[in-house]
Write a protein of this length. Structure first.
Length: 94
């Protein structure tokens, strides 16, 4: 599946949103407009890097502070949408 928008550009865009929320430029963390599941998905995407291009479910959970169940749901969603892939043992972004 080819994406017109790269994974890196999506992460960069949403990192900006997360930073706005975290540093109070907009107090969305207490707003009904804040999407916690998006925050979790972006946290998962952020742990992948050139140094760690492939991670196990346990590693993603540990690095993000999410439960294994939440990390698994996020990773499977990213895989379903074409932003991640898995060989059954580890995950990597596409």
């Amino acid at each position: 599946m080819t994406h017109l928008i790269t994974t890196n550009s999506i992460v960069a865009y949403f990192n900006r949103i997360v930073n706005i929320c975290a540093y109070g430029e907009h107090n969305m963390s207490v707003s009904s407009e804040y999407v916690q599941s998006l925050e979790r998905g972006l946290a998962v995407m952020q742990v992948f890097s050139r140094e760690h291009p492939r991670l196990t479910l346990s590693e993603v959970a540990r690095l993000t502070g999410l439960t294994r169940a939440t990390a698994r749901r996020v990773l499977l969603t990213l895989q379903h949408l074409g932003y991640a892939r898995s060989d059954g043992r580890g995950f990597e972004l596409t």
